[in-house]
Design a protein around this ligand. Structure first.
Ligand code: GDD
Ligand code: MG
Length: 348
């Protein structure tokens, strides 16, 4: 049976000021009552699966536990990293843990901060991926690119296999020139950041390509301790782990990668403009959340948390109002929010 692993240790800085260090984007209810993490868990309802594992940062443990409780995901295990070291080490801990609990389950690795509007397409892609993962492949889910985005991994399609394609080349976050070439060539998919593989297959590939990360994580896993709610690892050992994503550590190097196409209105909600892209708009092209009165305003995203926000005569803007910070930006420049967050971190 499939073992879901949900990665929930990111900081989601590009959705500031709603997303904060202590309450990042995966815990926000951007789409209504459920948070992105809770929606990710609910999405598993139609897939037969073992109890899910959530791997996250120590400092978010209570938010995660509370969100799982209110999702009635009481059987989930919560693994805590003492420090964020990116996804390659996080998944190594989760894979060691899964191996210990069962006989080499197929891991369905999910980001906790994505939106998928067409759930049935997602379910059928997972079915296809499962067959390939059983054959010792590392499966990615590929999305047709809509622009030359530099924040994604790019997958060059090789020859067709069963329900997918071999991966001829995997390039994580290319520069803009390269992203343009890939986009125009129409030979690449975006990596959606979700994966499927046997726990042992991931660990073997990690040991081959990044023995340094593998060894530290193995040593850290040997210190795993559990209390009632959480699993923890030795701080000093894990602290010495190199910081690296699965994409650079394994996916760029492995020869066993395959890609299953995913046409499910997927979005990684990477920025306010990508949220505007995916959300339903009113007759004027606006996405309004909370108490908003938008007069003669077009193609904008306006979000209010606890007071009325009123606009007049604006086009293509993003306005996000929270209790202690207000963001006002051109929609086309809202990616620069990360510079504001960097500036605030320097000041703080
Ligand atoms: N447990 C844990 N620990 N989770 C983490 C950590 C960590 O240190 N860092 C990130 N995560 C979680 C995030 O919360 C998110 O759910 C997921 O892992 C992916 O991390 P991101 O930081 O959001 O990755 P990315 O968006 O830059 O890139 C990945 O996703 C893209 C698609 O959205 C890559 O896989 C790209 O290739 C891909 O295109
Ligand atoms: Mg992401």
């Amino acid at each position: 049976m499939i073992k879901p692993i949900i990665m929930a240790g990111g900081f989601g800085t590009r959705l500031w000021p709603l997303s904060r260090q202590l309450f990042p984007k995966q815990f926000l209810a951007l789409d209504g009552e459920r948070s992105l993490l809770q929606t990710t868990i609910k999405r598993l309802n139609n897939i037969p699966h073992q109890s899910p594992t959530i791997i996250c940062n120590e400092q978010h443990r209570f938010v995660v536990a509370e969100q799982l409780r209110t999702s009635e995901a009481l059987d989930a295990n919560i693994l805590l990293e003492p420090k964020a070291k990116n996804t390659a080490p996080a998944l190594a801990l989760a894979a060691f843990d899964a191996l210990q609990r069962g006989d080499d389950p197929i891991l369905l690795v999910l980001a906790s901060d994505h939106m998928i509007k067409k759930e049935t397409s997602f379910l059928s892609a997972v079915e296809k991926a499962k067959t390939l993962a059983e054959k010792e492949k590392l499966v990615t889910f590929g999305v047709i690119p809509t622009k030359a985005e530099t924040g994604f991994g790019y997958i060059k399609l090789g020859h067709a296999v069963a329900d997918g394609f071999n991966v001829e080349q995997f390039v994580e976050k290319p520069d803009l020139e390269t992203a343009k070439l890939y986009f125009n060539s129409k030979q690449y998919y975006w990596n959606s950041g979700m994966f499927m593989f046997k726990a042992s297959v991931y660990l073997n590939e990690l040991e081959t390509f990044r023995p340094d990360i593998f060894e530290v994580c193995k040593a850290a896993f040997e210190t795993q301790k559990s209390d009632i709610d959480f699993y923890r690892y030795d701080n000093d050992i894990f602290e010495s782990c190199p910081d690296e994503s699965i994409d650079y550590a394994v996916m760029e190097n492995t020869k066993a990668a395959v890609v299953v196409p995913l046409d499910a209105q997927w979005s990684d909600v990477g920025s306010w403009s990508s949220l505007w892209d995916i959300e339903a708009k009113d007759d004027h092209g606006n996405v309004c959340k909370g108490d908003v009165l938008a007069l003669n305003t077009k193609n904008s995203l306006i979000s209010s948390n606890d007071r009325l926000v009123a606009t007049i005569g604006l086009d293509d803007v993003v306005i996000v109002d929270t209790k202690d910070a207000l963001l006002v930006s051109k929609r086309s420049e809202v990616q620069q929010v990360k510079n504001i967050v960097a500036e605030l971190n320097v000041q703080g």
